[in-house]
Design a binder for this molecule. Structure first.
Ligand SMILES: [Zn+2]
Length: 328
């Protein structure tokens, strides 16, 4: 009724703990199981000194098999596919921490989890899973099957504006934290595009600035460059929100991409330069290294803040693109 649970979402996941990526509801079955085993233990402890209870224990033994565990959402072919996909590339605890720490509205949380579970009605799922006569191709680009993955991180029609907006929101958080660190003026609203250059005695910050170098380098326009003039250090930051299975590859790609620029900056500006990728999966997955990367950026940027921003951006894209009825 309030959009807190998508009708096609995993009911098993409803009862998994939030730490493990579930919704954290207490199930009647689990409660009965828990109480039963407690009573069981009590009877076992007291049976040696009580005839009635020892008789009772004899009867219980035959019912033991009833306490078996049921199936888990992670093993389900469709509902658990995302979880299995990110298991190898992501830090699972951090990837699901937004469930406990981001304080999202119930219906936004339900939307993100439904997307992870392929439970959202995209044209590809309608055609391939429900076998309707729907054209499975993306309604925007008509080039690829319209899957959740395509809508959230793979559609070229969304790249220029929708993905850019989500990307800039995340990069903006990092940018404002850097400004705060050096006492520089921060953009008033989070929707305001930062100026290309801000500079004070201690630091200079470039936003999406094309840097001229002596030697031609392929990539010379990272999202953010911070130059700490006192410490003679420069940090090149580049943000990406790829499809969740690609986070590790993307991190590596960003790191490689800016090595040329890093060398040129060291030569031209006489600073020690580092490249820092900030990569978050469109549905929240992060690699075990994210926190380490964030610590290399001046100012304090928490992993949950950028992760929350990325996930909210994805929710917005899904709502708009799939024209979800009502809350979804
Ligand atoms: Zn498309």
């Amino acid at each position: 009724m309030h959009g807190g649970f998508h009708p096609k979402s995993s009911t098993l996941r409803l009862y998994a703990s939030r730490k493990e990526g579930g919704r954290g509801l207490v199930s009647v079955i689990a409660t009965i199981r828990d109480e039963t085993s407690k009573i069981h233990k009590y009877i076992k402890d007291k049976a040696p000194t009580d005839d009635v209870l020892s008789d009772c224990l004899r009867q219980w033994r035959t019912e033991d098999e009833m306490l078996e565990e049921g199936p888990s959402w992670e093993d389900k072919p469709l509902h658990g596919m995302y979880h299995r996909n990110i298991t190898e590339v992501a830090d699972l605890n951090t990837s699901y921490q937004w469930l406990e720490r981001a304080g999202l509205k119930d219906n936004t949380e339900a939307l993100i989890l439904a997307a992870q579970e392929q439970a959202l009605s995209t044209r590809a799922t309608e055609a391939q899973i429900y076998h309707t006569r729907q054209d499975p191709r993306c309604r925007l680009c008509k080039e690829a099957p319209e899957t959740v993955q395509h809508i959230t991180a793979g559609c070229k029609m969304l790249a220029g504006k929708a993905y850019m907006e989500r990307h800039n929101q995340v990069a903006g958080i990092v940018y404002r934290n850097i400004c705060a660190e050096y006492g520089l003026e921060t953009p008033r609203s989070k929707w305001e595009t930062p100026p290309k250059v801000v500079e004070k005695e201690r630091a200079k910050i470039l936003w999406d600035f094309q840097i001229q170098t002596d030697r031609m380098v392929m990539a010379n326009q990272p999202d953010i460059v911070v130059v700490d003039k006192e410490q003679r250090k420069a940090v090149v930051v580049d943000v990406a929100i790829p499809s969740d299975g690609n986070i590790r590859k993307k991190e590596h790609e960003k790191l490689e991409k800016y090595q040329g620029l890093r060398e040129e900056l060291e030569k031209a500006w006489k600073v020690k330069a580092t490249v820092v990728p900030v990569v978050i999966g469109a549905l929240g997955a992060v690699t075990p290294k994210l926190e380490e990367w964030l610590q290399q950026i001046p100012g304090i940027t928490s992993d949950i803040s950028v992760q929350k921003s990325a996930v909210l951006g994805t929710a917005r894209i899904q709502r708009r693109t799939l024209k979800l009825p009502g809350l979804w």
